[in-house]
Design a protein around this ligand. Structure first.
Ligand code: URP
Ligand code: ZN
Ligand code: ZN
Length: 467
């Protein structure tokens, strides 16, 4: 299955790369060639797809007074189990820090530890003269996209003047601007007022992060991109009004794109409000504290995200995998939701969760592959090597069984380094059977056969979406 169609075929892998895709009628099995291959994987009745690419992850991210609980080792292994064979994680530069040093620190965290191939975007958390001067040099390092934050004042935040200057670099270099589009200064005031009123439960995180401030920031980012001519990619879109801003800009011919995440397709603010457990009481809702937040189902955001994936108003699905345990991590925010580290862990389940869109008729089989693999490869300068099954491409392949079944939850299919699952109890029609990374079988029928360090750094080219 590719982004453009499906065919019955055999895939021949030689070493790390795909050597041939043999069309119907020229089957490998039963020919002389079959006798000469080392390994035959029978995928009869199953889908053979290019390995998933999760272009938004945060392994070992220091955030909210703690650090994301998946290391590059545990997080990429969980990814492999779930049919994802490449990630693009975010290296971080903060105020007063050199961009080159921030990037070097992330290389150090990842090198030799990953189960699958990995690239980096660069978070520019302190846009100053030094950072602006350093950014063009990232392209030669294979870092062809950077993320800015209109949220989180005092942490990663850029004001509009900083956004403008960074976007001018984006225009001049072809680096893709990735935007966290929420109005942080307004949200922080609303959050402080809620806490003042004693509204400290996790649910109020989502009330403070109102959709109006996602729509507003998305619009502002679009207009500064319009002014500068920078290509723009808005990350973790959850509000239907933000999608409408993106769609309107695209209708005007502007080069803007949007990503959503499984949590914004499946989970809701109402469910977060209703969450309660013996162990945590209403603080149970902390499991789903992420930014942008879960949105109201009554307001129709989730349905709108699915529709936008179908109509191409949104182009990609990544996880924004940013896992934190409840114990010692999320619980830092007991009594004040502002101190709950933001993030949900989903890297293991993205391919399965998105496949449910095929099962329920919301997206086609081809669109599933496009949203989770092919477009990520094209958007972030990896296409040809990644995101497609064709001669010369890396042998990153998933054999997916549409008749299999996957139960999600702790003690079931949970390999992420978390003490809970945001997806507990989800039952999936479909199953990741076999996963190959550069020709090596790393997952087979639930068994992990790879090794730490299998994954290599992906030096990315410029986005294919610049014109
Ligand atoms: O809640 C989230 N999204 N945590 C990760 C940081 C970010 O803004 O992507
Ligand atoms: Zn973000
Ligand atoms: Zn993120």
């Amino acid at each position: 299955v590719s982004a453009t169609g499906r065919t019955e075929a055999d895939v021949l892998i030689d070493g790390e790369t795909i050597a041939a895709v043999l069309a119907p009628g020229s089957h490998l099995l039963g020919t002389d060639l079959a006798a000469s291959v080392d390994t035959v994987i029978d995928a009869t009745g199953k889908y053979v797809i290019p390995g998933g690419i999760d272009a938004h992850t945060h392994m070992q991210l220091p955030f909210g007074g703690t650090e994301a609980s998946d290391t590059f080792e545990t997080g990429t292994r969980a990814a492999a189990w779930g049919g994802t064979t490449s990630i693009v994680d975010f290296a971080v530069q903060r105020y007063g820090e050199r961009v080159q040093d921030g990037l070097a620190a992330w290389h150090e965290k990842a090198a030799g530890n990953c189960a699958i191939d990995y690239g980096f975007h660069q978070i520019i958390g302190g846009v100053d003269a030094d950072a602006l001067a350093a950014m063009p040099g990232l392209v030669d390092e294979g870092i062809t996209s950077f993320k800015l934050f209109m949220a989180y004042p005092g942490v990663f935040y850029s004001d509009d003047a900083q956004v403008l200057k960074a976007m001018q670099v984006s225009r001049d270099t072809g680096m893709l601007t990735m935007m966290h589009a929420e109005n942080g200064p307004v949200i922080d005031v609303l959050a402080a007022q809620l806490v003042e009123e004693g509204k400290t439960d996790p649910y109020f995180h989502g009330i403070a992060r109102a959709w109006q401030m996602e729509e507003e920031a998305t619009h502002r980012a679009i207009m500064i991109a319009n002014l500068t001519g920078a290509p723009l990619y808005v990350v973790h879109v959850s509000a239907k009004q933000a999608v409408e801003q993106l769609a309107a800009a695209r209708d005007r011919g502007q080069n803007v794109y949007g990503e959503t995440c499984p949590q914004y397709l499946y989970l809701s603010l109402e469910e977060q409000l209703g969450a309660s457990s013996d162990e945590w009481g209403a603080f149970e809702g902390a499991k789903w504290v992420c930014s942008t937040p879960l949105r109201s189902r009554a307001e129709g955001h989730q349905d709108h995200m699915w529709q936008a994936l179908r109509t191409n108003d949104l182009q990609m699905v990544s996880t924004d995998h940013c896992p934190f345990c409840m114990k010692d991590q999320k619980e830092l925010g007991r009594g004040d939701f502002r101190a709950i580290p933001n993030g949900i862990g989903s890297i293991e389940h993205r391919m399965d969760l998105m496949y449910q869109g095929v099962v329920t008729g919301r997206i086609s089989l081809e669109r599933w592959v496009e949203l989770t693999s092919t477009t990520p490869a094209r958007m972030f300068g990896m296409y040809g090597r990644k995101g497609v099954i064709q001669p010369g491409a890396d042998g990153d392949i998933v054999v997916y069984d549409p008749n299999g079944h996957t139960s999600i939850g702790l003690g079931k299919t949970h390999h992420m380094n978390m003490d809970h699952s945001a997806w507990e109890g989800f039952e999936i029609d479909g199953h990741v059977d076999t996963v190959l990374s550069r020709g090596k079988v790393i997952v087979d029928d639930g068994a992990y056969l790879g090794a730490k360090g299998d994954g290599r750094f992906i030096k990315r080219g410029l986005s294919q979406y610049l014109v």
